[in-house]
Design a protein around this ligand. Structure first.
Ligand code: RUQ
Ligand code: CUA
Length: 659
């Protein structure tokens, strides 16, 4: 709205929005049936609502947060015909005091920028890992090293992480690294799982909104990312007005160097990506094949092209020099008209799929990619073997069960079952994979059961579902809305991550716990505790910073207005009881925690200098700041480390400049 227009009546705007939704949703229920005479009603006393009204309410609630009157509609969870199961198996997720969880869960934190580590099955939050944000508890973003990494990684103060991925060797988690995207700023970060610390951030050139993100199975040859937003290439201000010239990119990043290797440009908006288990295929869902810039245009067509990236064929094209270099990165043309897609080994295959499909998850044995229809009530199964010979949907689509409304993501128990989240129905639906291959397209026969969730689920993850050998047992439904599930805490409500017992797939689903989550988790990934080897004390050889001993503690003038202060920390004293610098000095303070005992962490807080960071056992951290204001500053320890913690202090004296 331009500044001099009079503001419009909000009710009018809402009404218009509803109309838009209506047209978008007209075919949501089924691409092949009309919904007008659909007499399914909600069955709520006093409410006779067509199914369409219900869907609209669900989507509106999801898309807009809360629309007055909607909560009553979606508040019930599920629709008529829901088959939620009563509790029965008595599965316990309680982890007794002093006992450990069986699994690590790594949760994306969405636009909080952080990751969260959650124990499964207790759902206890064990720690948080700052990635694209800063964090004053650990000092991430305050110390020189982390500040530099954030600066070189684009210099933004936040990011939006959605898809955490564990590094793999032979198709199983090797416990080395976790990779995660930043949708906001087109970045990929790496977390070192020895120390549970972000150790690299790559600002990928040419891309906006890296959304889908995965590692190439089975050996993490690349970290792969989908550019969701189409932008001009290069996006430098030329040709900004003509959306026909915008493009969406797919990227491969080296998992060790974290350098961008190559990119592939494609038609349409890329969304989610997963790979086959043999290192050949990366399958990306996509929407907006129409390449429109508004919602009506983006959802006009019945089908959108899922992309199958043939990784070795792309590598070959790069090797043959079949690319254009943009901002130093080889960009290969994977659009439908590209000559590279005309030969007998196209680099990208386009597979028309209904409708604005959202997720792609490849099943445990790598046979099928499961693509949830989002605006179609179906999941499309692509046969990855058949894909090598054809991209004809007739030949590569192995099944297409009708699972329910608003399917978004699918997960697996390793025993032949798929579990799909239904955003609009607010349910998790369990279905039989082979039955879906046998059944006719659009059949509901493969469905085994449905479980209500609360409310509007996005991702759904079962234990180690992304490996070749899922563990089943537990499943988490990451629900976008919690509505009435928790004590009211003001208008920004938590999400609700729900724990569901699934056994080995032979038992009925049983909802066992609600877990409020600060905005806004998207996805999570689980690893058995034996696959993660977190160190409790730093190994100083792992870090470049100089280790300081007690003898090293002291002040060294390094320039006319710069000093280097070195000091150790231990219970309950700093290596220097006090030190003096001059007004205007640039002070570099290096601190080593010389303790070798686990869990004895010391903090270094400098009042009125905006500095606070943690130094864990055997770790060294450094900060640089300017001592601008003459005076006395008591540096103190922020971690309660001993009975004399409160006395743990050093005194920084800043002498006034002469004259
Ligand atoms: S997305 S709710 Cu960012 Cu993974 Cu599907
Ligand atoms: Cu060291 Cu408190």
């Amino acid at each position: 709205m331009s500044k001099n227009e009079t503001p419009r009546d909000p009710n009018e705007v809402l009404e218009e929005y509803e109309e838009t939704l209506d047209s978008v949703l007209a075919e949501v229920e089924s691409p092949d049936e009309t919904t007008e005479d659909d007499d399914l009603s909600l069955g709520l006393p006093g409410l006779s609502l067509g199914r369409r009204d219900f869907m609209k309410a669900g989507v509106a609630a999801g898309a807009m947060g809360s629309v007055a009157g909607c909560s009553a509609l979606t508040g019930g969870g599920g629709s008529a015909g829901s088959q939620s199961t009563p509790s029965g198996s008595g599965a316990s997720h309680t982890v007794e005091p002093g006992e450990h969880d069986e699994y690590y869960g790594f949760w994306s934190g969405g636009h909080s920028g952080e990751l969260r580590v959650v124990g499964i099955p207790s759902m206890r939050e064990l720690t948080r890992i700052p990635v694209f944000n800063t964090d004053c508890a650990s000092g991430y973003g305050y110390t020189d090293g982390t500040q530099e990494m954030l600066e070189e990684g684009g210099g933004y103060s936040w990011g939006d992480n959605h898809h955490p991925n564990l590094s793999e060797t032979d198709g199983d988690y090797d416990g080395e690294y976790l990779y995660v995207n930043d949708k906001a700023n087109g970045r990929i970060a790496r977390v070192n799982l020895t120390y549970f610390e972000t150790d690299a951030i790559t600002d990928v050139p040419n891309m906006q909104a890296i959304h889908g993100c995965t590692v190439l199975s089975p050996d993490t040859k690349y970290v792969l990312g989908n550019g969701e937003f189409r932008v001009p290439l290069p996006n430098d201000g030329t040709d900004v007005k003509n959306p026909d010239n915008y493009t969406s990119l797919f990227v491969a990043v080296d998992p060790e160097s974290m350098e961008t290797q190559w990119q592939v440009k494609v038609d349409g908006n890329l969304d989610i990506v997963d790979t086959g288990k043999e290192g050949r295929w990366a399958i990306s869902s996509a929407y907006n094949s129409e390449e429109a810039t508004d919602i009506q245009g983006m959802t006009k067509d019945d089908r959108d092209n899922v992309k199958a990236f043939d990784i070795p064929a792309i590598e070959q094209a790069v090797e043959n020099g079949n690319y254009e270099e943009v901002n130093g990165i080889p960009v290969v043309d994977g659009t439908q008209d590209s000559p590279l897609n005309k030969g007998d080994r196209p680099i990208v295959k386009y597979i028309p799929t209904p409708k604005s499909p959202h997720c792609v998850e490849v099943g445990p044995n790598g046979d099928y990619a499961f693509i949830a229809g989002k605006l179609s009530p179906t999941v499309t199964m692509l046969d990855l073997d058949a894909l090598a010979d054809s991209s004809d949907p007739e030949e590569v689509v192995a099944g297409r069960p009708r699972v329910g409304l608003g399917p978004l993501h699918t997960t697996f128990d390793g025993n032949g079952h798929a579990y799909t989240s239904l955003f609009i129905d607010s349910q998790a639906v369990k279905w039989d994979i082979e039955a879906a291959v046998e059944a006719e397209e659009g059949s509901e026969d493969p469905i085994i059961e449905k479980q209500d969730v609360h409310y509007n689920p996005g991702h759904i993850q079962a234990l180690e579902a992304m490996t070749t050998d899922p563990d089943g047992e537990w499943l988490v439904s990451l629900n976008k809305l919690s509505k009435d599930r928790f004590l009211p805490v003001g208008p920004i409500m938590p999400d609700n991550d729900q724990l569901i017992h699934i056994g080995q797939g032979e038992e009925e689903m049983e909802l066992v716990a609600d877990h409020p989550a600060y905005p806004e988790p998207h996805d999570c990934v689980f690893a058995h505790k034996d696959k993660i080897d977190a160190k409790k004390v730093y190994d100083k050889d792992d870090y470049e910073e100089t280790y300081i001993t007690e003898e090293d503690s002291g002040v060294e003038r390094t320039g006319e207005s710069s000093v280097h202060v070195k000091m150790t920390t231990k219970r309950s004293e700093y290596g220097l009881p006090d030190f003096t610098v001059q007004e205007g000095d640039e002070v570099t303070l290096t601190t080593t925690n010389i303790e070798g005992v686990q869990d004895i962490i010391h903090g270094v807080a400098i009042p009125e200098h905006d500095i606070n960071y943690a130094v864990a056992p055997q770790d060294t951290r450094e900060v640089t700041f300017t001592a601008d204001d003459p005076g006395v500053y008591w540096i103190y320890c922020t971690f309660f480390c001993s009975a004399l913690h409160l006395e743990m202090r050093s005194r920084m004296i800043v002498e006034p400049a002469e004259g």
